[in-house]
Unconditional design. Structure first.
Length: 116
């Protein structure tokens, strides 16, 4: 199977709850870099169309401008629902805009679910 060079993942702003689409670009050997996020209305079916089908390391691109809603410069994956949200490390605990789960941030993201 050929790996796509860029793909899209549902993402939300953890501060405002606004939902949008994150574009990740693939870099060798196995890294996905968050390149941009655009806030837009998302159909409910767009959030779980391909469960955990992208694997590798997930990082922020050096050119990423931050969340368009709050300016957060990084992102996390909720341990409860698996969705991505922006995150400011100074906030301490993470509160998921998708499922309202709250907790500390730990570990690394190794897989995400892309949208069609």
């Amino acid at each position: 199977m050929t790996r796509p060079r860029s793909t899209f993942v549902a993402m939300s702003c953890s501060r405002t709850g606004a939902r949008g689409v994150a574009r990740f670009e693939f870099q060798e050997p196995a890294t996905w870099q968050l390149a941009e996020v655009r806030i837009r209305e998302m159909p409910a079916s767009a959030t779980a169309s391909r469960p955990d089908d992208l694997r590798g390391a997930f990082v922020v691109s050096a050119t990423y401008a931050g969340c368009p809603e709050c300016g957060a410069g990084t992102f996390v994956r909720c341990g409860a629902c698996g969705q991505l949200s922006c995150y400011k490390p100074d906030d301490g605990l993470f509160s998921c805009a998708w499922c309202k789960n709250t907790g500390p941030v730990a570990g690394e993201i190794t897989s995400v679910s892309r949208i069609d």
